[in-house]
Design a protein around this ligand. Sequence first.
Ligand code: SF4
Length: 505
Amino acid sequence: MEFLASSLLELITQTATNLPPDVRAAMSIASGAEAPGTQSSQALSIILSNIDMAVEDEGPICQDTGMPTFVVHTPVGVNQIQIKRAIKEAVAEATRRGKLRPNSVDSITGKNSGNNLGEETPVIHFEQWEHDEIEVKLILKGGGCENKNIQYSVPCNLDHLGRADRNLEGVRKCILHAVWQAQGQGCAPGAVGVCIGSDRAHGYALAKQQLFRTLDDVNPVPELAKVEAEIMEEANRLGVGAMGFGGKVSLIGCKIGAANRLPASFFVSVAYECWAFRRLGVRLDATSGAITSWLYRDPSRPVERMARGEGFPLTGREVILTPPLTEAQMRALKVGDVVLISGEMFTGRDNVHAHLMKNPPPVDLHGAALYHCGPVMLKQGDRWMVKAAGPTTSSREEPYQADVIRRYGVRAVIGKGGMGPQTLAALKECGAVYLNGIGGAAQYYARSVEEVLGVHLMEFGIPEAMWHIRVKNFAAIVTMDAHGNSLHADVEHTTGAALAALQKV
Ligand code: SF4
């Protein structure tokens, strides 16, 4: 198996940096469907540019590596222990090269292993099959969309849709509800893998397995093909739009499988996948480990450029912000304004926010822009280089954010997916704003970082540390302002009404 290690490293690198053609096609259609100048259209412009940048730089499409999940089929007689060892080595090497973010955290101590290896990480499923070659498929599904997975035990009552019964109509309601509840927090437009039946644990695994189907295939089970088509049409009438900004395209794929269930249980398990739908596969020669063919992509075809223009289309109406920010500047902003930040900012996410509840910040946060971001950083010599730096889901900081704003004088919180009523109240009281970046646009935002000025709280690990960076023309949209307005609350309200209109019985 002399080529096994290099083949696996190439699989991981391509999966992390180059979206498969079916996802590219779906995103191109999504972008064409949105009216130019709308917030969804602007978000999609950045996303398309980001996809191109990731290929150009061979950098991670999104900073969130997710839980690398491998599905391996081997001929009878192939040594699976050797393959498992090679997968782990390839994962560690890809992390060392900055293709994957160190993402594996000890659930008891909170310590990041630094190389994506640890208890049950990465996830590897083995199956034997009656073919001569080895097949390895890989999906990288980040935490933002993973957190929006949802499981229904029907019969149940659903917001806006009423009762879901134990039949395909009930399943249809559950899936529509799953798309709606994700809003922008899973980096819409997304796709859903669904399992009808099974038990709780296996149902989720089978739902994720559906994400290995291509977006343009047709379900071989006619009843399920019908529900998939129906969901695609109806979910795209909800109006969630890219990043939950409101818009025409909320879903780029719906893939449903069914498994037998117990008489007493009827689960509908939904794996929500973001637009950064990173999954690829390879067939390997069982003797040498060399790649004989790729799944989902044809490497002989040139990768087509996605962006039609240059990243974020500027109108000249953007508000330029240079931290430290003042209360008057923040109160002058309103929902829908586009800002370009140039100057210094700090990252801070889950561990930093929890830390700030009991400890003073390691830096002065008065007037600061605080970026919810867990970047991919590589040390070259004695300097840190940013390899990927998109926003993370802000709602996780809702229990802390209002206190952080009130106590430490933060003026702008940057993240994705929006925040809740406690933060909105603090923004109004203190004169601060929430700025929505474009989730997953890790390369786009990495390019806006001019310099890493320092790092604090490094004991939390690279993604969770507080990075001090200087940015130039960092683009974001005001989605929660200092006057009590929230685009997220508005979109949730209007999409809830649209969901109710899809109730059939
Ligand atoms: S695109 Fe969004 S949801 Fe997907 S992995 Fe990146 S940050 Fe997470």
